[in-house]
Ligand binder design. Structure first.
Ligand SMILES: C[S@@+](CC[C@H](N)C(=O)[O-])C[C@H]1O[C@@H](n2cnc3c(N)ncnc32)[C@H](O)[C@@H]1O
Length: 186
């Protein structure tokens, strides 16, 4: 398959994935992570967002089911974010200034099942953010555009002063992914 421009650019600039440019674009616009912040990165493999966060001198805790190739100076927890054990491991490092979730479940191809998996994952990410963020902390969450999106939006609106759905130009045109930007936890 032909590699797209951003994949080639990421490789050239030493980033592990093209998704790094989505983070750069969103963070430039919404300033969710600032210099020296303590950040939780949910679904961090292969680690391009961690690479971006390092540029901000952030203190980083990354979590993923898949083990990442180590990035010196960062903490990595290998585990499923829906498991109690992983959640206990994460809480040890709380509170965070920002929680980021680029989580994407393994899909089955069956629309109803995949839609439910996506919603469950983003709701779990939101719950983790609510329990682990400091007051006024920020949350960024990948969600998939479908009829369920209002469920997480409504929950997020109750907990954050500012919420907005955004689709960075860097997301693939045909992709249903969107990012939920939440600023200032109440
Ligand atoms: C799109 S990738 C993240 C890319 C990353 N932001 C980067 O730029 O390098 C999504 C990740 O979510 C992880 N994931 C999916 N479900 C998970 C779960 N329940 N617990 C932990 N990680 C999960 C996958 O293993 C995958 O690595």
């Amino acid at each position: 398959m032909k590699k797209d421009k951003l994949t080639i650019k990421a490789k050239k600039e030493g980033y592990r994935a093209r998704s790094v440019y989505k983070f750069f674009a969103i963070n430039k616009k919404y300033a969710l992570v600032r210099k020296n912040d303590k950040v939780l990165d949910l679904g961090c493999w292969p680690g391009s967002w961690i690479q971006a966060l390092k540029k901000l001198d952030a203190v980083i805790v990354g979590v993923d089911i898949t083990k990442i190739q180590e990035i010196p100076g960062t903490i990595f927890i290998q585990g499923d974010i829906t498991s109690k054990q992983t959640q206990i491991g994460i809480k040890k490092y709380a509170p965070f200034d920002a929680v980021l979730s680029d989580l994407a479940p393994k899909t089955t191809g069956i629309r109803e099942i995949d839609q439910q998996k996506c919603l469950d994952l983003s709701l779990t990410a939101l719950e983790i953010a609510i329990t682990c963020l400091r007051k006024n902390g920020n949350f960024l969450c990948k969600i998939f555009q479908n009829s369920d999106q209002e469920i997480i939006m409504q929950k997020a609106r109750k907990k954050f002063h500012f919420t907005k759905l955004t689709k960075p130009q860097e997301s693939k045109k045909h992709s249903k992914e969107m990012y939920l930007v939440c600023r200032g936890m109440k």
